[in-house]
Write a protein that binds this ligand. Structure first.
Ligand SMILES: NC(=O)c1ccc[n+]([C@@H]2O[C@H](COP(=O)([O-])OP(=O)(O)OC[C@H]3O[C@@H](n4cnc5c(N)ncnc54)[C@H](OP(=O)(O)O)[C@@H]3O)[C@@H](O)[C@H]2O)c1
Length: 333
């Protein structure tokens, strides 16, 4: 049953986060997308999870990013998202871009990990079942697998499109030379690569050298994950590790050991800069990613509606002076 308790479509889209074309494709992505890696699993607050998805959708965030292994336990983010879709969004499917991935370990034995055709196709079928969907909008190879011929991995992606189980395909965290080959193979298969997803934030900028220019040259879009470096690029860790933060959770990927005194000092200086710009540090960090023209969208992973609102407000100021960019470059290095 669908529940249409959302902001009317006219307002939703006229006051929305805004959209960018994904590379040279005809698909528009919201400038801010919502990722369900953390905060949507069985260990998380399911009421807040629903509220975040509703809030996102009401603000024009049409893109929801998942993977087979998201949530604790793995798979639970897709299952929970599927339940939310079914009971709240069943009449809105055509207004949504839903992505999933496979590439990391998901089930025991030789067929539940890496890049074989067997794993990727079985995994997509499982994801569709968990989310109660007929198709996903984007399916990603979640990482490069040097043991499987790239033709096999890309062939599996192309067949998903040909079977109608995915509308587009993408790659994530591929080394540059393998990304180049993947783009070629997918193009030759008649199913061009839509998008590359990689880590990009003030502290992690290596993709600027080759990954971003290569995507642009090939007409492939780019979407940044962990734009807040898992929350480090916010003011939350300035005075210790708050209870309930990602670094405090035993099941979170952010390790306390990453929050060294040197890192905290950098965060503190970046925070001062953000205040001078009239932004929170999280807002400045997102604005900084989106300031780069080849970044079509950033995927944020929020744990509350309040954080999501804070992040959406980043869009109020995406401009940086050369001096600010230089200082951020120095502090991020
Ligand atoms: N392709 C891949 O291999 C890959 C890898 C990683 C992620 N991803 C995708 O990218 C998405 C985002 O990654 P991420 O979760 O690491 O992103 P992130 O935005 O860098 O970090 C999210 C965390 O930052 C904190 N946060 C968010 N907004 C905040 C705000 N306004 N103020 C203070 N703290 C704030 C929250 O931490 P607390 O929980 O502590 O409140 C939140 O859980 C994932 O959900 C997934 O879809 C893809």
């Amino acid at each position: 049953m669908s529940k249409s308790n959302y902001i009317p479509a006219d307002d939703r889209y006229s006051n929305s986060v805004g959209y960018n074309y994904c590379g040279k494709s005809g698909l528009k992505l919201p400038k801010i997308s919502l990722g369900l890696w953390h905060n949507f699993g069985d260990v998380d607050d399911t009421d807040e999870a629903l509220k975040m998805i509703q809030f996102a959708f009401d603000h024009g965030i049409t893109h929801f990013d998942l993977a087979n292994n998201y949530g604790t336990p793995a798979g639970s983010a897709e299952t929970n998202f599927g339940k939310i879709l079914k009971s709240n969004f069943s009449s809105y499917r055509d207004e949504m871009i839903i992505s999933t991935k496979a590439g990391h370990e998901m089930w025991p034995g030789p067929y539940g990990d890496a890049g074989s055709r067997k794993y990727l196709i079985a995994s997509l079928n499982q994801s569709l079942q968990r989310m109660q969907l007929d198709y996903v909008d984007i399916f990603y190879s979640h990482r490069y697998d040097s043991e499987t011929p790239l033709e096999e991995t890309m062939g599996a992606l192309s067949d998903m499109v040909k079977q109608g189980k995915a509308l587009y395909v993408g790659i994530s965290k591929y080394p540059t030379d393998k990304a180049r080959e993947a783009y070629r193979i997918l193009r030759e298969n008649g199913t061009p690569c839509l998008i590359n997803q990689d880590r990009y934030n003030i502290f992690t900028r290596h993709i600027e050298q080759e990954v971003l220019p290569l995507a642009e040259e090939n007409g492939v879009g780019f979407i940044a994950f962990s734009p807040l470096a898992q929350g480090m690029l916010s003011d939350k860790y300035l005075n210790g590790i708050p209870e309930n933060s990602r670094a405090a959770h035993s099941y979170g990927f952010l390790q306390k050991s990453q929050l060294t005194p040197e890192v905290i000092e950098k965060i503190s200086k970046l925070n001062e800069m953000a205040i001078q710009r009239g932004q929170t540090l999280a807002q400045m960090a997102l604005a900084w990613c989106l300031h780069k023209q080849s970044v079509n969208s950033v995927i944020v992973g929020t744990s509350s509606v309040k954080q999501l609102q804070d992040n959406i407000d980043a869009l109020k100021n995406l401009n940086f002076t050369d001096d600010e960019l230089w200082k951020i470059g120095e502090l991020g290095a």
